[in-house]
Ligand binder design. Structure first.
Ligand SMILES: [Zn+2]
Ligand SMILES: [Zn+2]
Length: 120
């Protein structure tokens, strides 16, 4: 228990890309995902409690914009498939966020040909 809380204060290493993740960056109360690749880890039953037994990595699958314009990341657990949304943090990589937001546009599930303007 002692060692767990000490490790929590120091942060953790990203389960996906291995980047060191500090737990309390400026402008964010709960650092729960990697600022570089945006992957998270299923460690909370409720936000911040660190009580989930799952502990599998959580893949960022989408960006959702809330009514007030704030962006949230939608994470899906690779272990138990739980879906969770998390606020983005001030030091999240903007390109990673944009790449996630543009993913359905960059790889559309249907042909976009019909949307192009045709002459004649
Ligand atoms: Zn990472
Ligand atoms: Zn899980």
């Amino acid at each position: 228990m002692q060692r767990d809380s000490a490790r929590d204060r120091r942060g953790f290493r990203c389960v996906h890309c291995g980047a060191p993740v500090s737990p309390n960056p400026s402008g964010s109360a709960h650092r729960n995902h990697c600022p570089r690749c945006l992957w998270s880890r299923h460690v909370d039953d409720k936000v911040g409690d660190r009580r989930a037994a799952c502990a599998q990595s959580m893949e960022p699958i989408a960006i959702a914009a809330r009514g007030d314009g704030e962006w949230t990341i939608v994470h899906k657990c690779t272990g138990c498939a739980q879906i969770r949304t998390n606020r983005i943090a001030g030091d999240d990589d903007e390109r990673a966020l944009l790449a996630l937001a543009l993913r359905p546009i960059a790889a559309p599930a249907f042909p976009l040909d019909g949307f192009s303007v045709r002459s004649g």
